[in-house]
Design a protein around this ligand. Sequence first.
Ligand code: NAD
Length: 367
Amino acid sequence: MIFETLANTGHEQVVFCHSKDAGLKAIIAIHNSVLGPALGGLRMWPYKSEEEALNDVLRLSRGMTYKNAVAGLNLGGGKAVIIGDPSKDKSEALFRAFGRFVNTLSGRYITAEDVGIDVNDMEYVFRETEFVTGVHQVHGGSGDPSPFTAFGTLQGLMAALNHQYGNEEIGKRSFAVQGLGHVGMEFVKLLREQGAKVFVTDIHKDRVQSAVDEHGCTAVGLDEIYDVDADVYSPCALGGTLNTKTIDRIKAKIICGAANNQLADDSIGDELNKRGVLYAPDYAVNAGGVMNVSLEIDGYNRERAMRMMRTIYYNVGRIFQIAKRDGIPSYKAADRMAEERISAIGKIKLPSMGNNGPRFLGRMRGQ
Ligand code: NAD
């Protein structure tokens, strides 16, 4: 049964990790390592069943293969989940046990933070294994990726503006930005620096007030954001906000934001395409975070990170070209771009000197 699933999803390896003493029940999934070691975050979630946890890790690790491939990284796709409640089941032993399992994979899987995990949890994992990214800056890590994600989103936006309007003049455009968290707030700041008209909303009223007071944005209600007459709708909160209920209301001709899984399902991507709304695929646009942590592998450097974020402009532009070339919606073109890259690199028959292995230069372990 499980091998049938893996045959369908294309996974290479799934590792079930168990330690009774540490209370650890974790699953590590390596989807594809053609481009390099599989990198993807660790999620901790109170899954209702083991099946739910397995489905989640399989889905998320596959997503990382596509994200890392489109980002141009020498990394494959993987992910890990711990079954547990992050508000009460965390302990040093739990994360150290997980770290030991990661270490047994000798770098085939590199972990990072995801939902339910913070930098302190990663410190424990880091005590047991080198194969961790997103460690604290004191260890030579890369710190909070959000400003990079916001800057990368801006690059994706410029590619979309160029494609839709033939110019990249952000200041001439209006934006409806949903969510003013770590990424959203930085993103609206960048938009306002270019003189754009920016409408904002967030559940947290204080964040909306800051965007108004500090960046000169215009506040709108939580539900009103879908009706705003703006050129660009920018989801920077939760996924699934592009759905059958919202797309009739959204007037924007471009959709470009940092949120993950923006399309409720594929049919929404098809419908947007039919209507001439340009959707900048989420995982290509928001790759700034993974690009940033990936640089820890060769020795983190902020300047290299900023240079790398600019490649999102070309990646998103390339997706639109593929969409045009093949007559397909942009969300499908993003997947095709990933598959073409994996296939092309996988076909190289020349001997590899193994330079793709993780090296983790410039980091110091210990406390
Ligand atoms: P965050 O939790 O800091 O911010 C999310 C914000 O959205 C919060 O302020 C929250 O109040 C608001 N929000 C939630 N539901 C809302 C709603 N219905 N309407 C309006 N606002 C709402 O998260 P973040 O780190 O800024 O990430 C934002 C999105 O980008 C997420 O989908 C995340 O998965 C994705 N992402 C983030 C990064 C990164 O580097 N942080 C990288 C890639 C993708």
